[in-house]
Design a protein around this ligand. Sequence first.
Ligand SMILES: NC(=O)c1ccc[n+]([C@@H]2O[C@H](COP(=O)([O-])OP(=O)(O)OC[C@H]3O[C@@H](n4cnc5c(N)ncnc54)[C@H](OP(=O)(O)O)[C@@H]3O)[C@@H](O)[C@H]2O)c1
Length: 201
Amino acid sequence: MKFGILGTGMVGATIAKKLAGLGHDVRVGSRTRTADNVTFAEAASFGDIVFNCTKGSALRAVLEAAGPANLRNKILIDTSNPLDFSKGGMPSLFTDSGDSLGEQIQRALPETKVVKSLNTINCNIMVDPKRVAGGDHTVFVCGNDADAKKNVSELLGGFGWKHIVDLGDITASRGVEAYLLLWLRAYGALGTADFNVKIVR
Ligand SMILES: NC(=O)c1ccc[n+]([C@@H]2O[C@H](COP(=O)([O-])OP(=O)(O)OC[C@H]3O[C@@H](n4cnc5c(N)ncnc54)[C@H](OP(=O)(O)O)[C@@H]3O)[C@@H](O)[C@H]2O)c1
C-alpha cells in the first residue's frame, strides 16, 4: 500500500521506517523537498493513507501546503498534539477544552476520513508496543467513519497492537489530546517515555 507521511520529526521518521519495513511504499513530506523528503503536497497526493505527524501549532500551514484535494476521500491518521511550549515550564494545551486538533482537521477537510490515534504514546512504542509490558496496554482510535477506524485498527494490529479501544467519533480527540497533560507529568515522574496506560474493567 502507498502511505504519505506529513512530518519529518521523530514520529514521521519512525512510522515511515516501520511502514517501509512492512513492505509498504512511503513518501515523507516536509515544507521543503530534500534528497530524503518530498513536499507536504507530494506526500499527501502519493498516499492512499496519510499520517499527520507535524507540530500541532503548524496545523493550518500544513493542511494548506498538503492541499485538501490531495486528501479527499482518504484516511488521515492524526498523531498530533496541541502543546503550547511558549510560556516555558510545563506545556499547556492551546485548544479549548471543547475542541481538539482532530476536530479542527475534520472540519477543515470534510471529505477526508480523519482518525485520531497514536498521539498518546511515544513514537518508539507506536510502532513496537511490545517494548512495554509485552504489548499488554492500550492504544485509542476515534473518528467519524467506522470503516476508516477498522482499516486503521488493522494497520495498528500489523504494528503489534492487540488492545485497541474505539472511543467513538472525532470529538473523542479532546480526551486523548488532553491526556498529554497527564502523559507529561508521568514522563517527569518516571524519567522515561517508555510507558503507557491500559484500560481495564
Ligand atoms: N515525539 C513523539 O514521540 C510524539 C508522540 C506522540 C505524539 N506526538 C506528536 O506528533 C507530532 C510530531 O511530533 P515530532 O516530535 O515528530 O515532530 P515536531 O517537531 O513536533 O514536528 C515536526 C514537523 O512539523 C513541521 N512543522 C514545524 N513547524 C512548521 C510550520 N511552521 N509550518 C509547517 N510545518 C511545520 C516540520 O516541517 P519540516 O519537515 O519542514 O521541518 C516537521 O515536518 C506532534 O504534534 C507531537 O505532539 C509526538
